[in-house]
Write a protein that binds this ligand. Structure first.
Ligand code: ADP
Length: 247
């Protein structure tokens, strides 16, 4: 589904040059759940933005579903993104003036879909996140967990192939976070979507994913199954990052 090879991204301002990603290669299979971890500033959001076709790397190759997408025009990237990729962020980014139903419907409306088809898709997404009974509520009338479910419904309403989640449970308290972890795994299995999931929560990464990518300063430090990362950290950084018990 995703094949990036030797990606490099440098941010330049007048004073400094920051290498946000370097020598980054990663393959993600269809239906895989990949967790991306690392300390603040290590390049996770930059990677997610490139994977989500919101940004272009300076060099390297990115094959999305077999198609090279680096250097594509903004219009083509936008079409590919709309048809294939959903985003979920830590802050739910719901529009307060719109109802739950209207929030979920918005991306479909933006791409000019017919009202009857829109309604069918929104119904299905609402059912998937178990919030059919809240369709006429406004975001402010919902709990944090429910708001995040709506944001997830909006991200999956157009049946994307890949869902990019940037610290999606970061704003929720521990109990809700644990409930939502189960919810997300259920959704992934039900919908068969590929998940790329940025988190700084080690337990979340190790328990939920098929593959963990540990990053530091723009480089991948180690990539492997949760068992490999936990039992056989390749270097001191990974061992330390995964937890004190490892050291
Ligand atoms: P993370 O998501 O892991 O916290 P980011 O991908 O946001 O890391 O950032 C990686 C590095 O690139 C950081 O050092 C950050 O300061 C820098 N950076 C990110 N975006 C920009 C930008 N638009 N301009 C300049 N530097 C940036």
């Amino acid at each position: 589904m995703i094949r990036i090879n030797d990606l490099r991204k440098v941010y330049r301002t007048e004073e400094v040059e920051t290498i946000a990603l370097d020598n980054m290669s990663l393959h993600v299979k269809e239906h895989e759940f990949v967790a991306i971890m690392g300390p603040s500033g290590c390049g996770k959001s930059t990677l997610l933005n490139i994977l989500g076709l919101l940004d272009d790397p300076d060099s390297g190759s990115y094959l999305f579903n077999g198609v090279e997408v680096t250097g594509l025009s903004e219009d083509k990237r936008c079409d590919l993104r709309r048809e294939n990729i959903g985003f979920v962020f830590q802050n739910f980014n719901l529009i307060e003036e719109l109802t739950v139903f209207e929030n979920i419907e918005l991306p479909l409306e933006n791409c000019g879909m017919k009202a009857s088809l829109r309604k069918m898709k929104v119904e299905k997404a609402l059912k998937s996140v178990l919030l059919n009974h809240r369709r006429n509520y406004f975001p402010s009338q919902l709990s944090g967990g429910q708001q995040q479910r709506i944001a997830i419904a909006r991200a999956i309403v157009n049946e994307p192939k890949v869902l990019l989640l940037d610290e999606p449970l970061g704003a929720l308290d521990l109990k809700l976070r644990q409930e939502m972890q189960y919810e997300l795994i259920r959704l992934k299995n039900e919908l068969g979507i590929t998940f790329l999931y940025v988190t700084h929560d080690q337990e979340e990464a190790l328990t939920m994913s098929d593959k963990v990518v540990v990053m530091n300063r723009g480089y991948i430090q180690q990539m492997g199954t949760p068992e490999e990362i936990y039992n056989e950290p390749e270097n001191a950084f990974v061992a330390d990052f995964i937890g004190d018990s490892n050291i």
